[in-house]
Design a binder for this molecule. Structure first.
Ligand code: NAP
Length: 318
């Protein structure tokens, strides 16, 4: 197949920081369109010769031969956009979280199959080589305990993103789901949310901090997983998953899953290449005609809302 054409829908922080450079660097797709309701904010409104549209609908009408779209909007509008693009015969990459609800994601799987198009849930953190190396080391291992600390400053990483505090915006689960996407990828057994506490600012709708305990089924070789997500972290930022094995060894994934340490010794560290890997994978999936949908991280977030206690905390102001 010649190079597929691709439109980016939603030209915000992640599209500018990662998608545009990765498409250019990998050459896996020909960038054919941008969609941005209020303008892209890019110089000259984007790369030269690439048209910008105000809605996906406009783009699909103007470019009927477009092969694929990458949805980089906030999650609340993703289901409608993805379903429309698939029904129009496009292959679809969805940013994380892949939908606002589990049932929306299940529907997209069915729509993709019905239209014989590829659906790809791009969990970017899973694309770090250190994550794959951790997974290989943990296959068949007995795990005593896991500790996740995912603590960042919302003002630094999501400046002014009001959607994150609105229903369907995920709050601190927006970065936290990255940790869960690594966890579900590297653990040798399924995990279940047993307890959760969601702290929601009194003037907002989504949590600013979450603590959870996850456990595997009785008899599985995985001990408790304690989780702390926090959006109020100033100074040093922490994105760490520490795994203690029954034999006394300790694996640690730090810096969002980009570095792996075993017993304190660095064994793998690679500069950020997640999104280049994502675009190469999307291209391969299209060539093979196969979807790649991983719903597990979204299930855990939904389960935390189901079984967790919600507490109100101090108001949040930017
Ligand atoms: P953002 O900066 O707020 O950008 C979102 C963009 O989506 C905005 O430009 C917005 O356009 C556009 N948009 C909203 N509704 C739309 C619609 N119906 N059609 C077309 N465009 C629409 O958010 P972001 O940080 O890029 O995050 C977007 C997604 O990527 C989130 O799911 C997030 O979890 C994920 N992600 C973000 C990061 C990160 O570092 N920020 C990292 C990895 C993944 P207008 O402003 O014109 O309304």
């Amino acid at each position: 197949m010649s190079r597929p054409t691709l439109g980016i829908v939603g030209v915000g922080k992640i599209a500018r920081d990662q998608h545009l450079p990765s498409i250019a660097e990998t050459g896996s797709f020909e960038l054919a369109a941008l969609v941005s309701p209020h303008g892209t904010g890019l110089e000259g409104d984007g790369p030269e010769g690439v048209p910008t549209f105000r809605s996906q609908e406009e783009m699909l009408a103007a470019l009927p031969r477009l092969d694929a779209v990458a949805l980089c909007t906030p999650p609340s509008v993703r289901h409608g956009l993805a379903a429309a693009a698939l029904a129009a015969g496009k292959h679809v990459l969805v940013e994380k979280p892949p939908a606002a609800t589990v049932s929306e994601l299940h529907d997209l799987v069915a729509v993709a199959a019905r239209n014989r198009r590829v659906l790809f849930t791009a969990w970017h953190s899973q694309f770090n080589p250190a994550v794959e190396a951790a997974r290989e080391r943990l296959a068949g291992a007995a795990i005593r305990a896991v500790r996740i600390d995912w603590k960042e400053d919302v003002r630094r990483w999501h400046p002014g993103q009001e959607w994150i505090w609105q229903p369907g915006g995920f709050g601190v689960f927006d970065p936290g789901i990255n940790a869960l996407s690594i966890l579900t990828r590297i653990m040798p057994a399924p995990l279940f949310v047993r307890e959760a506490e969601l702290l929601v600012p009194e003037n907002r709708e989504t949590p600013i901090a979450v603590t959870m305990t996850l456990r595997a089924a009785a008899g599985a070789p995985v001990g408790p997983v304690s989780v702390e997500f926090d959006f109020r972290q100033e100074g040093e930022q922490t994105w760490t998953i520490a795994v203690e094995l029954e034999d006394g060894r300790r694996l640690e994934l730090t810096h969002g899953g980009t570095r792996l340490f075993v017993d304190g010794t660095p064994v793998l560290s690679e500069p950020d290449s997640e999104y280049r890997r994502i675009y190469r994978r999307f291209r391969r999936l299209i060539d093979e005609g196969t979807s790649d949908v991983d719903a597990a991280p979204l299930h855990l977030v939904a389960d935390a809302w189901s079984v967790g206690r919600r507490r109100t905390t101090a108001a949040f102001h930017w």
